[in-house]
Design a protein around this ligand. Structure first.
Ligand SMILES: Nc1nc2c(ncn2[C@@H]2O[C@H](COP(=O)(O)OP(=O)(O)OP(=O)(O)O)[C@@H](O)[C@H]2O)c(=O)[nH]1
Ligand SMILES: [Mg+2]
Length: 424
């Protein structure tokens, strides 16, 4: 399907680019293209690979693809290139997940963290822990050859200190999860408050858009409305909601039910209280009924009433003044609160690996629990402690092996690579 001057592609060396034309069954030209040759093992998948660079636009690319299928190619499954790279030992599972995370990254920081995963930072650390645990377990197994009273103490000490170090490292990695989750899934800020409190006005100011309908009639917003923005390098999802009210209207009631559901999903709540009204018992009751999440109060409409902080007396939540008359100042003040909070949970992903997937978190947690068991068994004076501790260490090693893909099954691979898009 590719015609070029000089030696055919099969006789060219790896990492060369050939200019030529893609020809159809009757020899007609379908496109003028470049062919990239990457021979095994120096390719993405580790196999022999050719890549066509044809003209942009869907028709031209579709003609080249159709011709390739005619001569015997097939379309790749989602994530198949990366899956082959994994199966051929080019990358471990965490690196494959790094590719996906990089494609999906929605912020600079998320892309940085994904890139570090792709470069193998987490994989190397898990490999180190795996070796530690397997060595500790081997030490214990060796000690089984000795009669109980003759077990050399240095063998037991080595196993014990290996398990301790692995346990501590697992705990350190687990402590990066809140940061990893933030990078991967972003930060959800939900705007709540009574009907007509100025939520949609604030939402529009914060998102710099005119997405939400604003009106003087209470009960305007019914559906929840989302808008993404970036604060402090983190993707933030703002959510506008229906205002709380005593209502007979079934549609408004459904809106309020959704507002409560959003409160459960929130990473942070902005509760709106209009400065011209008392932040009264009803607000206190609503705030008390919300899930315990980081919350800020937006004292809205400060242009029509002097904000009287005593209105929110008794509520020990940070208070920020906002008004439609000063959108940039209002946005600045709210963003500052969000940034302060985000700074508190940021971790330095430059220096240590960060876990950004639930799969890593649950396997590490299981490994940590098994290591904990092994450690307390070794510290007990039980006769069968060595045998049991070695079993626990083996379970911990199995969990670590799953993270990097030293052990895997078809279901796991399908779950990971099925979420890729075709061609990756
Ligand atoms: N003067 C003044 N009016 C405001 C301000 N913010 C909102 N309003 C007015 O208050 C009314 C309600 O505003 P919305 O933003 O729709 O309030 P909401 O909380 O979304 O209301 P619901 O969706 O009904 O729950 C509208 O008439 C707005 O113009 C403000 O800062 N200053
Ligand atoms: Mg509204």
């Amino acid at each position: 399907m590719f015609v070029c001057a000089g030696a055919p592609p099969s006789q060219r060396s790896s990492h060369t680019v050939i200019h030529g034309r893609v020809s159809g069954a009757a020899g007609e030209t379908l496109d003028e293209a470049l062919l990239l040759i990457m021979r095994s093992p120096r390719s993405y998948t580790g196999e022999d690979v050719v890549e066509f660079q044809c003209h942009g636009g869907t028709v031209s690319a579709a003609r080249v693809l159709r011709r390739a299928i005619e001569v015997g190619c097939r379309v790749a499954e989602p994530g198949e290139f990366t899956k082959r790279a994994f199966l051929n030992g080019r990358i471990d599972l965490t690196q494959a997940e790094g590719v996906l995370a990089l494609i999906q990254a929605g912020s600079e920081r998320a892309a940085d963290a994904a890139l570090r995963l792709l470069q193998g930072h987490l994989g190397r650390e898990i490999n180190r822990l795996y070796d530690l645990v397997v060595t500790a377990s081997a030490n214990l197994d060796a000690s089984l050859d000795f009669p109980e009273e003759d077990i050399p103490s240095e063998v037991l000490d080595a196993a014990h200190s290996g398990a301790l170090e692995a346990r501590n490292s697992c705990s350190n990695l687990l402590s990066t999860w809140s940061c990893g989750k933030l990078l991967r899934h972003g930060f959800r800020v939900v705007i709540l408050g009574r009907a007509n409190a100025g939520k949609s006005t604030l939402f529009n100011m914060l998102s710099g858009s005119d997405r939400a309908i604003v009106s003087q009639y209470p009960g305007t917003t019914r559906d929840t409305i989302e808008s993404w923005t970036e604060i402090h390098g983190v993707q933030v999802c703002l959510v506008d909601t229906a205002g709380f009210a005593d209502t007979e209207c079934p549609i408004e009631s459904e809106g309020i039910r959704r507002s409560r559901a959003e409160a459960d999903l929130a990473d942070m709540i902005i509760y709106c209280c209009p400065a011209n009204e008392m932040c009264d018992q009803m607000d206190s009751n609503i705030i008390a009924s919300l899930p315990p999440k980081p919350t800020i109060i937006a004292l809205t409409k400060t242009d029509i009433a002097r904000p009287d902080r005593s209105l929110v007396r008794g509520i020990t939540i940070p208070c920020v003044e906002t008004t439609i008359k000063d959108p940039s100042g209002s946005v600045c003040r709210i963003n500052e609160q969000i940034r302060n909070y985000l700074e508190g949970i940021q971790c330095s992903y430059e220096s240590s690996p960060v876990i950004i997937s639930e799969r890593h978190r649950s396997a590490l947690e299981a490994a940590r629990v098994s290591l904990e068991e092994a450690i307390s068994l070794m510290e007990s004076a039980r006769g069968d402690a060595c045998v049991l501790a070695s079993e626990s260490l083996k379970s911990a090693a199995d969990e670590l092996a799953k993270i990097i893909g030293r052990s895997y099954d078809a279901d796991l691979l399908n779950a990971i690579f099925g979420t890729f898009c075709i061609g990756k």
